[in-house]
Design a binder for this molecule. Structure first.
Ligand code: GAR
Length: 210
């Protein structure tokens, strides 16, 4: 049985989608903990309501990134994690932490990486005049929103879109691709070679807009 620890900063809807997929599909997993760096993160409420142990590690209480990450690592390891799921965790991680969880820490990012790493991805896609946009689930490696890509989803950008309309369209697909990536991981089907991730047996690592 795999143990999953999730890190969030806010709403936690991606975590909720993963948790619900696990229940619906009876995955052989245990959600051993959810950690938020913001005490008021809404996702804490959901995790508590389904009996998942939670912890708040407020980055503002630590003198440096390194000190914060050390506390984070201790808590993740105390919960016990075969897989660490970053689900809207809005902190830049230090190389030491990234190395510690190499190959077993995933992130979701609301763009078609390597396009638009960082913040305000939907505004930037609109400003760039992109006609397609989407989301990416990837293993975490050094660098902001970088690492071997597990799967991506694509949505159209409509001429009348506002950033929030586009974000909502992308978010729906995030709730599809993140559970898919986690399911592949717990089935032992992900093979990382350099910067490439292969699913074995093969499956499309891309979800087009329906
Ligand atoms: C999601 O859109 C996720 O892709 C994004 O934050 C949102 C969290 O929503 N993550 C990043 O921007 C990471 N660079 P959620 O809390 O409802 O899952």
């Amino acid at each position: 049985m795999h143990s999953i620890v999730s890190l969030i900063s806010g709403r936690g809807s991606n975590f909720e989608a993963i948790y619900k997929a696990a229940q619906t599909k009876s995955w052989d997993v245990r959600f051993t903990g959810l950690i938020a760096n913001q005490p008021e993160a809404k996702g804490l409420v959901f995790a508590k309501s389904v009996g998942i142990p939670t912890a708040v590690i407020d980055h503002r209480a630590y003198p440096s990134r390194e000190a914060f990450d050390r506390a984070l690592m201790q808590q993740i390891d105390a919960f016990s994690a075969d897989l660490v799921v970053l689900a809207g965790f809005m902190r830049i991680l230090t190389p030491g932490l990234i190395e510690h969880y190499e190959g077993r820490m995933m992130n979701i990012h609301p763009s078609l990486l390597p396009r638009f790493p960082g913040l305000h991805t939907h505004e930037r896609a609109l400003e760039a005049g992109d006609r397609v946009h989407g989301a990416t689930v990837h293993f975490v490696s050094a660098g902001v929103d970088e690492g071997p890509i597990i799967c991506q989803s694509e949505v159209p950008v409509l001429p009348t879109d506002t950033p929030s309309e586009l974000a909502a369209r992308v978010l729906k697909t995030e709730h599809q691709i993140y559970p898919l990536a986690v399911e592949w991981f717990i089935q032992g089907r992900l093979q990382i070679t350099g910067n490439r991730v292969r699913v074995d047996p093969p499956e499309l690592q891309y979800i087009p807009f329906p």
